[in-house]
Design a protein around this ligand. Structure first.
Ligand SMILES: Cc1cc2nc3c(=O)[nH]c(=O)nc-3n(C[C@H](O)[C@H](O)[C@H](O)COP(=O)(O)OP(=O)(O)OC[C@H]3O[C@@H](n4cnc5c(N)ncnc54)[C@H](O)[C@@H]3O)c2cc1C
Length: 632
C-alpha cells in the first residue's frame, strides 16, 4: 500500500470504527430530504439547543421559517445560556460534556459553535425553541411520508481524509443534515494537528517566551530582571506532543458526538460514488455515497538527492518532535515553515544557515515585508544564508562526519559550495498525497501531483470534464495549502452539494507566519496588484502605518512593525493587506473579513476600535487611505 513513509499509517493504530450511537443519532436529512426514519427530536433542552444549532434551522420549511429576528434570537440564546441550568445527567449530557466541555475545541477551521452549546435560559427562549421544535418535527413527519423508500446510498457524503479539511467538511455536512462518514488511514487530525500547525505553534510559544527572557534590552526597558533563562528540551517537546494529542482527541470527539461515522482504513475510489477502505491484512469494505470529497492532504516534499535519515537530515515531521537541538542547523527553504523553525531553533540556542533557491529570502511575502522581516527576524539573530543556490546532495552525518550539503548555483548549475553542519532540515514545500486513491479508476489524472478542480472544488477528469459527485479540498488540490483554507473549501463544497451556489474567494483567505514578531497577509502583494491593475486598466495606491505610533505596541515595548494596504483609490476596494508586528496573525482578520464581505475603505474607516489596542494599527491604515472624493 502506498503510504507516507514518515507517518504511522495503520501501524498498530487503535481501531476507530464507531457504531452509530443510538442517542447521538439524529434525524438525517439531506438538505431537507429524509433518508432514514428516526425518532422525533428529543425534549431534553440541552440536547435540543444542540439540535437547533446543528440541525433544525436549515431544515425548516419556508412556510415554517421563523423571521430573521427570531433566528438571530435563536443564535443569541445559545450564547446566553447558563451552564448551571444544563441537565448534567444521562448519556446525552455526558457525551455533550465530553465533546464540548473543553474550551480548546477551536483551532484551525474547527467550528466554534460547539462551545456555545448550553441549556436554555429565559422562558421566552424556551418558548421559541419549542416552536422551532414543532416546526421541525412536522417537517420530519412530512418528509418521512413522502420518502419512505430505502436510501440509495450508504451515505450522503463520504470524505476521504480526516485532516482539518475533512473535519471542517464533516461538521458542516452534519449541520446540513447529511449522513456523513469520514475515512482515515492514519490518525485523525492529519498534518495540521499531528505534524503541522498545532505542535509547531506549541514550540513557537516556547521560543517567544525564551526570546523575551533572553532580551536584556527589552526586559530592562520594562524594568524587569530575569536570571539566566533556560529550558528543558524534553518538556518543551512534551508540550508540543501533548497539545497535539489533546486537540486530536477533541477533534475525534466532536466527530463522534455529531454522529459522523469514522471508518478506519486507507480509502480508494473504486468507481463513481463508490469507495473501498480497509486495513492491511483485512478484507476491504465497500461503501457508496451520493457525493465524495477527497481530503487526503500532503506530505513533506523532499527534492532528489537529499537523503533523509530522520535524525540529522529531516523534515518538519521529525523536527516537531524536538529530539535534539543541533548547535548548527541548515534549513533548506525559507518559506513560512523554514522561517518559523528558524525562530524556534535560534531561541533554543542553535545557529541557523538558510539555503534558498531564489535570489532573496522569504520570497512568498510582499517584498517590503520580506525586507523588514530580514531586518527584524534574520539580521539580529544567529542566522546566515545562501540565496540563489540549490542543495543538490545532502548526506546525513555518519561515523563522526557532519552532514554534507552540496550547493550549486541555481542559474548556472555550477558547483558553488559545500556546507558541513550538524543537521539539515528540509523545508522545501509540501507534495500532495494522492497515491493509492484510485483516481485512475475514474479517469482523473493529477497535475504536478495535485487533483485538478474547478472553482467549486469539483474534480475534473483527464479530458477536462467535471466528474459528477466528486470534489477535492485542502492541500491535495493545491489551491492554498493552509489549514483554514482546507476547512473553508470543505464548507463551500457542502453548501454546493446542498444546492447553494458557493464560490470561495481565495483572495480573502488570510495567511500567517507565527515568528516573533508575526507576519500576516491577505489578498495580493504589491507586485501582484500592480500587474493586475496594469492588465485591468485601473489605478492602485498604497498606504502604510507603523506599530511605532501605536500606544499598545509601545506599552509592550514592541514598536517594531508595519502594516501595508494596497487598494483601488477609484473604488475603495481593498486588494491586499500585509502586516509584520506584534500579533499580526490576529490583526489580519479585520482586513480579510472586509475583503470577504466586500467592505470598502470609505465605509470601514468609520468603524470604531477600542483604545489602546493593536487593532488601531489597522484603524490608522484604513483612515490613511485616500479614496476618490466621489466615492466618499
Ligand atoms: C510544520 C507545519 C506547520 C504548519 N502551520 C500551519 C499554520 O500555522 N496554519 C495553517 O493554516 N496551516 C499550517 N500548515 C499547513 C496545514 O497543516 C495544512 O494546510 C493542512 O493540514 C491541510 O489539511 P488537509 O485536510 O488538506 O490535509 P491533511 O491535514 O494532510 O490531512 C489529510 C488526511 O488524509 C489522510 N489520508 C491520506 N490519504 C488517505 C486515504 N487514501 N485514505 C484515508 N485517509 C487518507 C491522512 O492520513 C491525513 O490524516 C502547516 C504545515 C506544516 C507541515
Amino acid at each position: 500500500m502506498p503510504i507516507n513513509p514518515h507517518s504511522n499509517f495503520l501501524r498498530g493504530r487503535p481501531h476507530l470504527v464507531l457504531a452509530p450511537d443510538p442517542v447521538a443519532t439524529k434525524p438525517r436529512q439531506q438538505c431537507g430530504r429524509l433518508l432514514t426514519s428516526n425518532p422525533p427530536p428529543p425534549t431534553d433542552s440541552s440536547r435540543f439547543a444542540f439540535d437547533l444549532r446543528y440541525k433544525s434551522l436549515p431544515d425548516l420549511s419556508s412556510a415554517a421559517k421563523p423571521s430573521i429576528s427570531a433566528l438571530s434570537m435563536a443564535a443569541s440564546i445559545s450564547l446566553s445560556l447558563s451552564p448551571a441550568s444544563t441537565p448534567r445527567s444521562g448519556p446525552a449530557a455526558a457525551r455533550l460534556g465530553a465533546a464540548f466541555g473543553s474550551n480548546s475545541l477551536s483551532f484551525c477551521g474547527l467550528r466554534r459553535e460547539v462551545l456555545s452549546l448550553r441549556s436554555v435560559g429565559s422562558a421566552e427562549s424556551r418558548r421559541m425553541i419549542a416552536d422551532l421544535a414543532r416546526h421541525r418535527a412536522a417537517k420530519i413527519v412530512a418528509a418521512a411520508e413522502n420518502n419512505g423508500k430505502p436510501a440509495k446510498f450508504d451515505y450522503d457524503l463520504i470524505i476521504i481524509g480526516a485532516g482539518v479539511g475533512g473535519h471542517g467538511a464533516a461538521l458542516h455536512a452534519v449541520e446540513k443534515g447529511l449522513k456523513t462518514a469520514i475515512i482515515e488511514g492514519d490518525i485523525v487530525g492529519g498534518t495540521c494537528v499531528n505534524r503541522g500547525c498545532v505542535p509547531s505553534k506549541a514550540l513557537l510559544a516556547v521560543s517567544g517566551r525564551m526570546r523575551e527572557f533572553q532580551d536584556e534590552h527589552h526586559l530592562k526597558a520594562l524594568g524587569l530582571q530575569v536570571a539566566s533563562p533556560g529550558y528543558d528540551r524534553q518538556s518543551v517537546a512534551d508540550h508540543a506532543n501533548n497539545l497535539a494529542s489533546k486537540i486530536r482527541s477533541n477533534l475525534t470527539n466532536s466527530l463522534k458526538s455529531l454522529g459522523v461515522d469514522i471508518l478506519t482504513g486507507f480509502g480508494t475510489i473504486v468507481g463513481t460514488q463508490k469507495v473501498k477502505y480497509g486495513k492491511v491484512g483485512f478484507p476491504d469494505t465497500e461503501v457508496t455515497a451520493e457525493n465524495i470529497i477527497i481530503a487526503t492532504g500532503s506530505v513533506p516534499f523532499v527534492p532528489k538527492g537529499i537523503e533523509i535519515d530522520g535524525k540529522t537530515v529531516f523534515t518538519s515531521d521529525h523536527a516537531l518532535k524536538l529530539e535534539w537541538v543541533p548547535d548548527w542547523i541548515a534549513i533548506v527553504g525559507s518559506g513560512y515553515i523554514g522561517l518559523e523553525f528558524s525562530d524556534v531553533y535560534t531561541a533554543l540556542g542553535s545557529e541557523v544557515t538558510f539555503v534558498e533557491a531564489l535570489d532573496q529570502l522569504m520570497p512568498g511575502f510582499d517584498p517590503e515585508i520580506s525586507k523588514m522581516a530580514q531586518r527584524v527576524l534574520i539580521n539580529p539573530r544567529k542566522i546566515d544564508y545562501h540565496t540563489g543556490v540549490f542543495a543538490t546532495k545532502i548526506t546525513p552525518a555518519k561515523d563522526g562526519k557532519p552532514v554534507l550539503i552540496e550547493l550549486i548555483d541555481a542559474k548556472t548549475k555550477e558547483p558553488k559550495d559545500t556546507l558541513e553542519v550538524d543537521a539539515a532540515m528540509i523545508a522545501t514545500g509540501r507534495a500532495p498525497f494522492t497515491k493509492g486513491l484510485g483516481l485512475e479508476n475514474i479517469n482523473v489524472a493529477t497535475v504536478r501531483g495535485f487533483v485538478p478542480v474547478d472553482e467549486h472544488m469539483q474534480v475534473t477528469d483527464a479530458d477536462g470534464n467535471l466528474v459528477p459527485h466528486l470534489f477535492c479540498i485542502g492541500d491535495a488540490n493545491g489551491k492554498l495549502m493552509l489549514a483554514h483554507a482546507a476547512s473553508a473549501q470543505g464548507i463551500s463544497v457542502v453548501e454546493q452539494i446542498c444546492g447553494n451556489d458557493n464560490v470561495l474567494n481565495h483572495l480573502s483567505i488570510p495567511a500567517a507566519c507565527f515568528t516573533h514578531p508575526e507576519i500576516s497577509m491577505v489578498g495580493l502583494t504589491e507586485p501582484q496588484a500592480r500587474e493586475k491593475a496594469e492588465n485591468g486598466g485601473f489605478p492602485i495606491s498604497v498606504a502604510k502605518t507603523s506599530f511605532k505610533a501605536n500606544t499598545k505596541a509601545l506599552a509592550e515595548n514592541e514598536g517594531e512593525g508595519i502594516a501595508k494596504l494596497i487598494y483601488r483609490p477609484d473604488t475603495g476596494e481593498i486588494l491586499g493587506v500585509h502586516i509584520i508586528g506584534l500579533h499580526a496573525a490576529d490583526l489580519i482578520h479585520e482586513a480579510s473579513n472586509a475583503i470577504a464581505l466586500g467592505t470598502r475603505l470609505q465605509d470601514i474607516k468609520f468603524a470604531v476600535h477600542a483604545h489602546p489596542t493593536l487593532s488601531e494599527v489597522l484603524d490608522e491604515l484604513f483612515k490613511s487611505a485616500k479614496v476618490c472624493s466621489s466615492m466618499k
